[in-house]
Design a protein around this ligand. Structure first.
Ligand code: SF4
Length: 376
């Protein structure tokens, strides 16, 4: 990006960095990247822009800065889907996580602000609205005294989206009310992302998280009882301090029982300033890597079976990419696949556009992806 400040490459006048990394490591970054003109915390950027010539129009947004900035933001996702932040921060204090220290306490956006932004996104042609927060299921507790995600979802479902997807839920807060709304509202994708991190009680306790494998399996069974075809995504962490060989073996057995649709497996990595950074029982890197590899191998087999079970089924598919040179396949997703993290569907077709919504019959599969033919 710094090259854009040089005349032969671009017209950049100021190079500004902001975000979580800046909030935590501004001093170090100033020394390491002198080409950057300014490092700003998230809320500091709008007032800065208002002071710069050429951004005069933004001055009008200062009195109502927060929601106006959200509503006027440039979409970094392709136009057919958009992430919608419903809250920021987290009260959960997982022992390995630096986010609460960076983003602060959980803070919900007022429902009317979210609806206003969603309406603008719908007007801009967004077909898939993806709700995000550090913990979407905690939405509204701080503002309205109870969990308001189901209420928010019902209101969002009145807007002209094809799909509404919920990411980053917290297992303890997946309520019957939420599952009931998911069954009632057709626009809500039968999909939940529930980062569980581990199955064993001792490891979860050390992580400052709740539950054990039996409770977590019960939760998955409850989700599937409400929504039989639901796709469940999770993230798991191996090599957390104190994780024994028996804990890991039990985690593998849990994975087999849980039959997740999508899983990301990470090795524990100590974050600066977290409780886990200095915990006893740190696991050597080679053991962490070996556990991650074993878990991924097991999951690949489960994933391949799950994908194969989709052959012959017909799905509504949102087209995301045109064929690359030499390939006959467009790339799309169905409601069981979130963008950027899950597999895709390769669609044999002609003359489609990005953002088209088509019906596809699945004809083939591999470990993570599907192939299909256009029905209509
Ligand atoms: S891992 Fe997620 S739930 Fe836990 S503290 Fe971090 S952001 Fe919050």
């Amino acid at each position: 990006m710094a090259q854009y400040k040089e005349k032969e490459f671009g017209q950049c006048q100021l190079l500004i960095a902001m975000g979580c990394l800046v909030q935590r490591y501004a001093e170090e970054l100033m020394h390491e990247i002198p080409e950057v003109d300014g490092f700003y915390k998230v809320g500091e950027l709008a007032p800065l822009l208002c002071q710069i010539n050429g951004f005069a129009k933004l001055r009008s947004c200062v009195p109502k800065m927060d929601n106006t900035i959200y509503c006027r933001r440039k979409l970094l996702s392709p136009g057919h889907f958009a992430y919608l932040r419903i809250a920021d921060g987290c009260n959960n204090c997982c022992a390995y996580c630096a986010i609460p220290a960076i983003r602060g306490k959980y803070s919900s956006r007022p429902m009317e602000d979210i609806i206003e932004e969603a309406k603008i996104l719908a007007q801009r042609g967004v077909k898939e609205l993806i709700l995000v927060a550090q913990d979407t299921t905690n939405y509204g507790k701080d503002l309205y005294g109870s969990y308001y995600l189901p209420t928010l979802l019902k209101k969002l479902c009145r807007l002209p989206f094809l799909w509404i997807r919920i990411l980053y839920t917290y297992p303890d807060r997946i309520t019957d009310e939420l599952l009931q709304v998911m069954t009632e509202e057709e626009k809500i994708c039968p999909y939940l992302d529930i980062p569980l991190q581990h199955s064993e009680k001792s490891v979860l306790q050390a992580m400052n998280r709740q539950g054990d494998s039996a409770q977590l399996l019960d939760l998955l069974a409850k989700c599937r009882a409400y929504i039989p075809n639901i796709a469940i995504r999770t993230t798991l962490m191996v090599g957390f301090p104190g994780e024994t060989a028996a804990d890991f073996k039990n985690l593998l057995s849990f994975i087999e029982k849980a039959q997740f649709d999508w899983v990301g497996v990470f090795s524990f990595c100590p974050e600066d300033g977290t409780k886990a950074e200095t915990m006893k029982g740190q696991i050597p890197d080679w053991i962490k890597q070996s556990r991650q590899d074993k878990a991924m191998q097991l999951l690949a087999g489960i994933s391949a079976q799950k994908r194969a079970a989709r052959i012959g089924k017909i799905f509504t598919v949102l087209i995301e990419e045109l064929p690359v040179a030499g390939s006959p396949y467009y790339v799309g997703r169905c409601c069981y696949q979130a963008p950027e993290v899950d597999g895709v569907i390769y669609v044999a077709a002609e003359q489609l556009n990005v953002g088209d919504v088509v019906e596809v019959e699945i004809t083939d599969s591999d470990i993570y992806d599907l192939k299909g033919r256009l029905i209509r």
